[in-house]
Design a protein around this ligand. Structure first.
Ligand SMILES: Nc1ncnc2c1ncn2[C@@H]1O[C@H](COP(=O)(O)OP(=O)(O)OP(=O)(O)O)[C@@H](O)[C@H]1O
Length: 613
């Protein structure tokens, strides 16, 4: 009877696990990936030894219980023993149960500890490797899929280390030890039992597998019902405006009826399985008991023998039942470990060379792009930059303008060496980027993105993201320069105030100023600034603009500019279109021509309040 219940309990788990990524069911070829799990577990030999010891003691104690009952019956009852005698055997039984309880608890503790520790180590290792990977990896691998590997795949691994392995070992010991004990008790009955096992197990496994398959498709159908109704709810106005209510009702009806039909097949299979399990298992027990009773009457077995036989037989049957599930669990874990292994072994495309050239000290803040042609790896046929050349001198401010898709942000991506160009070279302070350590290159830059990226952390930590060694005094100095001091002082807990998910507790302008203060704290010679386009009110705009000007002072700045104030104060403006420079000069020079700049400036640039000053 236990089987249908177990089957039903495992169904949602299987279906849930199957949801986030394809191929979750695993295949035998992936069993080799379990070596990865073993590698991680092998870091904890002491815990493994403790778990094994506890497991062996618990299995031994489990088998000693039927032996204890045999003693109670044979030496206590049948031998006409005194209450004193019977008490001795019950004390023995009690001791076994204490040992069993303690060792089971210890086994659970150590095995679960190992499972959790291995998963924690795998998560840490995977994240450490992900942090090294270039953006191109994240363009071809969806973040949600990676996140699912970090959560649901690690959960499967945890289950294997924390449960499956111990279930397998415990049941192997109990199963084999139990059979040996059964043979010593009653060889003939044991022979009958062993012959009977395949007759019982095979049909159960066969129907069980079918049931699992149907249950899985039943889950898929339910998901389909959910998807259909969600789609219609979201598009209700369109459905009604186009008068498609009947059609949508029919479509939903199909989905619901198919779900019902699949559920009916599942119920039928479950019902048959229940019938088979009860009939076969109780049938077999009855047959063996019958034979056993005959043996007792004819004096071949004692009452204690038959009691111990039935108890041990139950343990052995349970052990083999549990073992049939182990293989499936191992397959799933093999698949999960394989997917985690991919993340662990992915090599970063952008790496430091074996002996990187050290950038000149002190930093000069010079950037050069020389005949750079570049296409993103996911769109190799479209050049985002074509034969692009630009020399930026130390301390110079270059404003980059151009229509959407012209390649402005791509310049920043290459300057930070998130990608390598297919042709030409990018140099910082005269050193070609691939010859230097990417970390050293990025150390010389501060990047202020268009949309301020804040973390769900304190104001202090968000600011220190630019420089973790900054003192509170330096933080306040930066905040002051970025016009962020006033609102930061008003926060309930000052720098310790939590800013909310993505800095949700701040206004847009405040977030921008935090982002600017962070870049100030970094104190890098090169500034890559992607000016925000989002409209701010005049007061906020003025504060942000003012903060930006302080940030740019004394640094080489490449700024993707949207505000006239920024553009006017730049030393040079380059106008980009289709991955190349089409015009360059100062605002006045470019405005005088009737080129792309003149057109863009009349349409695109916002008149910040400072522009009018
Ligand atoms: N990660 C990417 N993968 C593939 N193509 C990309 C990627 N990022 C940008 N592109 C493409 O490269 C070209 C240049 O994009 P880029 O982001 O540099 O333009 P932009 O001038 O900064 O535009 P905007 O002002 O809209 O931000 C565009 O055609 C864009 O579609």
């Amino acid at each position: 009877m236990a089987v249908p219940d177990q089957a039903s309990a495992s169904v949602p788990a299987v279906a849930d696990d199957a949801a986030p990524a394809k191929g979750k069911r695993g295949n035998p070829r992936q069993l080799g990936n379990l070596a990865m799990i073993m590698r991680f577990a092998s870091a904890y030999p002491r815990q493994i030894a403790c778990a094994m010891l506890a497991l062996a003691v618990a299995a031994g104690a489990t088998l000693a219980i039927p032996a204890g009952f045999k003693m109670v019956i044979d030496r206590g009852f049948d031998a006409g023993g005194s209450t004193e005698d019977i008490g001795r055997w019950f004390r023995y039984l009690f001791m076994i149960t204490v040992v069993l309880g303690m060792s089971t608890a210890l086994r659970f503790y150590f095995v679960s500890w190992l499972g959790e520790r291995v998963v924690a180590d795998i998560r840490l290792a995977v994240q450490r490797n992900l942090l090294k990977l270039a953006p191109s990896f994240f363009e071809t691998n969806r973040p949600s899929e990676i996140a699912s590997r970090m959560t649901s795949d690690t959960a499967i691994v945890e289950q294997v280390v924390g449960t499956t392995v111990s279930v397998a070992l415990r049941n192997l010991v109990v199963g084999i030890g139990g059979i040996a004990y059964l043979f010593s008790l009653a060889p003939k009955l044991t022979g009958m039992l062993l012959l009977g096992i395949p007759v019982i197990v095979l049909p159960i496994v066969f129907i069980g597998r079918k049931l699992e398959k149907v249950a899985r498709s039943s889950q898929d159908r339910v998901a389909n019902v959910g998807a259909t109704i969600t789609e219609v709810l979201a598009a209700m106005k369109i459905v009604q405006a186009f008068g498609q209510e009947d059609r949508e009702a029919a479509r939903f009806g199909d989905a619901v009826e198919t779900t019902f039909a699949t559920a009916r097949r599942r119920i039928t299979l479950r019902a048959s399985l229940t019938a088979v399990v009860i009939t076969l298992i109780f049938g077999a027990i009855t047959m063996i008991m019958w034979q056993g009773a005959v043996d007792v009457i004819e004096g071949r077995l004692s009452g204690g023998d038959i009691a111990a036989f039935v108890l041990t037989g139950g343990l052995v049957a349970g052990a083999f039942g549990a073992l049939t599930e182990v293989y499936g669990d191992l397959l799933r874990a093999g698949g999960a470990a394989g997917r985690l292994n991919e993340l662990l072994n992915e090599q970063p495309e952008i790496r430091a060379p074996a002996s990187p050239i050290v950038l000149p000290v002190p930093p000069r803040g010079q950037i050069s792009f020389q005949n750079v042609s570049f296409a993103y790896p996911t769109r190799p046929e479209t050049l985002a930059l074509r034969d692009f050349s630009l020399q930026v001198s130390p301390g110079e401010t270059v404003a980059i303008v151009g229509p959407s898709g012209a390649g402005k942000s791509t310049l920043f991506q290459l300057a930070q060496r998130f990608y390598d160009p297919q042709a030409g070279s990018v140099r910082i302070d005269g050193v070609a980027l691939p010859s230097a350590d990417p970390e050293a290159i990025r150390q010389r830059m501060a990047f202020v993105p268009q949309d301020s990226v804040l973390f769900a952390a304190s104001a202090r930590d968000n600011l220190r993201y630019g420089n973790w060694t900054a003192t509170d005094e330096q933080i306040w100095d930066a905040a002051r320069a970025a016009n962020a001091e006033e609102f930061l002082r008003k926060l309930p807990e000052g720098l310790d105030s939590y800013l909310g998910e993505g800095g949700a507790r701040l206004s847009g302008g405040q977030r921008q100023r935090i982002s600017i203060a962070r870049a100030l704290l970094r104190n890098a010679p090169i500034l890559l600034l992607d000016e925000a386009t989002s409209a701010l009110d005049a007061e906020s705009e003025k504060l942000v603009q003012n903060a930006l000007e302080r940030l740019m002072q004394g640094r080489t700045t490449l700024v993707i500019a949207h505000r006239l104030a920024t553009i006017r104060s730049a030393d040079r403006i380059i106008v980009m279109s289709d991955g190349a420079i089409v015009e360059q000069g100062t605002h006045d020079e470019l405005s005088a021509r009737s080129g792309l700049y003149a057109r863009l400036s009349s349409l695109q640039f916002t008149e910040g309040p400072l522009a009018a000053e």
